[in-house]
Design a protein around this ligand. Sequence first.
Ligand SMILES: Cc1cc2nc3c(=O)[nH]c(=O)nc-3n(C[C@H](O)[C@H](O)[C@H](O)COP(=O)(O)O)c2cc1C
Ligand SMILES: [Mn+2]
Length: 470
Amino acid sequence: MAYKDLRGFVALLEKKGLLARVKTEVDPAWEVNGVANKLINVDGPAVLFENIRGHKVPLLCNLIGTLQRLALALGMDTVDDKEITEEWIKRIEHPIPPKLVKTGPCKENILTGEKADLNTIFPPVKWHKKDGAPYIGTLGLQVTKDPQTGVQNTGIYRMMYRTKNETGMLMPSYQHGGQHLRKWARLHPGKPMPIAVAIGTDPVYLLAAGAKFQHPPSEDDYVGALRKEPLELVKCETCDLAVPATAEIILEGEVYPDELKLDGPFGEYTGHQGDAQMLHVFHLKTITHRDNPIFLGEREGYPSETGFITVKGKEYLAYSKLKKLPGVVDVHAPRHGCAFKLVISLRKLWPGHVNEIIHAVWGDPNLHRFKYVVVVDENVDIRNPVHVEWAVSNYVQPDRDILIARRSPGGVLDVSQPYSRRGWSAHWGVDATMPSEEYQAEGTEAPELCDDPDIKAKVEARWQKYGINL
Ligand SMILES: Cc1cc2nc3c(=O)[nH]c(=O)nc-3n(C[C@H](O)[C@H](O)[C@H](O)COP(=O)(O)O)c2cc1C
Ligand SMILES: [Mn+2]
């Protein structure tokens, strides 16, 4: 890999002209919010705010704000979405266990007791005007350990700043960390579960934290697969967890399964201001950090980096699982679908095949929150939303082609449900394939497409001769 850690990646981006340094003083109360929002909307560069009013630590934003930077993080020089997907799938087939090293740059400073103060490392950014408080964890990566199997997990669960050593944490039970907390509560009643939070890691580790994987092995092993070399981990100071050795900042602390406090509101990745809700509480014990640390954060909303970090990460799992099923040609979770929408292109092989594929998504505990599944024929480019819409508009008879599954699992941030119903959702599947069986049943053939592939190819070959500049 062309870089080792976050700093190496920042240097790579700078060399390619994909990093902006903002040297003028910016106000953490509103200005980071505004600049980060503009940059994601115009496919702008990553940005390092070097002069945040009242704070010494610089803040890096919009790091994975384009497909190009997602590819660069994986060591690829392309913007071909499908190529990136297939490379990811190929690499994660060969997990590489992490290497435990004695120490690393993340231990250059160790702050314990009174010195363990979040204000020393966090420029207090108000990511959205109506947020209840600055959120220290937007791209904080939570490391937990399965209390039964001992396998580590890394996810991204947001954290609201509460006091110098206390934050909120949104860790619902459908996430692997939330599952660990449930198991912990059963096995160690009344005791807090250790959690470490890594901020500013190698971006491959960040992508793995935002993605979904089958466990075992751990995200650590999948990072090894994606980097094609073992991830270096160091032991925490206060607990039996291992964290990336080159991380900018590590927070070590614990969460009590039964302790909930009011958290929020917060501007969510779907583009809506969320409500205040009762969430878990993280108690900080120790901070370790590199010399001159860089703080990493993301302005959530729509669009946001979450579209590359988490939506793509879920697409990759769906792609690898569904591509193994007969007839599946391509699988895509568009950014605009906010991890609710999955589009599949299929070569139909038997009557009912489309419904079977839709149920395969809803029947999988790691994919079942795709509440909107669209299936199209193999000739439709599912990475082009206009083509998908063309298929839906042309081929769907709603009373025949829409499948509804009631009382299915739903996301806690799904604004289509009022607050009291969050966590539950109906799911809908749309069969937007040409209804060839219907035509066959009445003894006719379905209409063919009128494009002529042979003429297309011949014209391409002679294109220069026409003198038309496109
Ligand atoms: C910026 C950002 C913030 C996120 N915040 C949360 C969160 O607060 N709670 C949550 O459950 N998921 C959140 N996610 C999504 C999860 O990290 C993602 O679903 C991941 O797959 C969880 O993996 P896990 O089950 O291994 O923990 C966030 C993702 C990103 C990119
Ligand atoms: Mn996981």
